[in-house]
Design a protein. Structure first.
Lengths: 162, 191
């Protein structure tokens, strides 16, 4: 939002007539939007189905580190991995995303069954090793979250777009 | 859909009422979509961000502290997710490519949904021209107006959350941007 030398426009209060004309123009724009750029029906349907993600029994692991936001940018070269850290109380989930897939670890180490979610439907199942490590050879794209089931509880990470 | 309605629907959805959730999606999708579209994302990225916002809303439903501010929550979540996607695109691509941002903004107007019947042709020509002038506004105006164009019109609280600017600066900015658009249309003899 750095362009637009808006100050060249007269800044006095609009007269009632002009105010009305601007309101009409805005309304016309709103109608044009409804025709030219409406919410795609298929997307709306996905949002309706997302109610299945409403689950008060699981704990949310909040995103506490995202290299896109929190790390210094890497200049040039091939894509650097995207590093994510999620926290739910004493449990930490570290995830590394590359073009080759996904690697991660649950800390403190524990075994868990993990699903890679891309929507309300069940995701690809993974299992950790004894150290809590897991890998997936398909790189996730689009909306992304992990659901972890341990013997005691279910943890779901914050959703984000990858 | 005013704040009290939204708060009530959120509460019902928390209690498991799928119809209330559907009403929230129907009522607030245009706001989320407008915020997403106000950022210069590709169609594919815009679709993904829209979904992420709703997935996160469903996930956080029972944990949102002020349910009657759900509209602002959605607007601000959409904004942050858009900014992050834009940032990750810049990161993942060689950074000395000056064409990147121009490339992203190509092909983003879905004209395929343009109404087609003959009697609507004149009207659609006017709509198309209006849209074109709107698209050619500077980023700042384009972004503000795209958010205001959600239906129903969003309140300034939501616009503030969607843009990260003070409520008090929205009115004057709106007026300037609409004036600017009007001047462009007049210059083309389209008013």
């Amino acid at each position: 939002m750095s362009d637009d030398d808006l100050d060249d426009l007269f800044t006095e209060e609009a007269l009632p007539d002009e105010e009305l004309a601007l309101d009409l123009l805005e309304e016309e724009l709103r109608q044009a939007t409804a025709i030219l750029d409406p919410v795609p029906a298929a997307l709306r349907q996905i949002a309706v189905e997302a109610f299945a993600l409403h689950d008060l029994d699981s704990r949310i692991a909040e995103l506490s580190f995202d290299s896109v936001v929190d790390a210094l940018p890497v200049r040039g070269g091939p894509a650097a991995p995207r590093m994510l850290t999620f926290h739910a109380g004493e449990v930490t989930v570290d995830v590394e995303l590359t073009a080759q897939g996904l690697m991660g670890q649950v800390l403190p180490p524990r075994s868990a069954r993990i699903e890679v979610l891309s929507g309300p439907q069940p995701g690809a199942p993974l299992t950790t090793d004894d150290m809590g490590r897991f890998t997936c050879e398909v790189p996730p794209t689009g909306p992304f979250a992990l659901r972890l089931r341990t013997d005691e509880e279910v943890i779901v990470t914050d959703w984000l777009t990858v | 859909m005013d704040r009290a309605d939204v708060g009530g629907l959120v509460q019902s959805a928390v209690d498991g009422d799928a119809a209330a959730w559907k009403a929230l999606v129907e009522g607030l999708s245009p706001l989320v979509w407008s915020v997403v579209r106000s950022h210069r994302l590709s169609d594919a990225d815009a679709h993904e961000v829209y979904q992420t916002v709703w997935f996160r809303f469903a996930q956080h439903l029972g944990r949102i502290r002020e349910p009657d501010k759900a509209k602002s929550w959605l607007a601000s979540t959409a904004r942050h997710e858009c900014l992050k996607v834009l940032k990750s695109l810049r990161r993942l691509t060689v950074t000395d490519d000056p064409q990147l941002l121009d490339r992203i903004s190509e092909d983003r107007t879905p004209e395929q949904s343009l109404i087609d019947s003959e009697e609507a042709a004149a009207q659609s020509e006017r709509v198309r021209r209006l849209w074109q002038e709107f698209e050619e506004l500077g980023d700042r105006c384009r972004q503000l107006l795209r958010i205001l164009m959600a239906s129903p019109k969003p309140g300034y609280q939501e616009v503030s959350a969607a843009l990260g600017i003070a409520v008090g600066s929205i009115g004057p900015l709106r007026q300037r941007c609409l004036r600017r658009l009007r001047a462009r249309l007049e210059a083309r003899g389209a008013v």
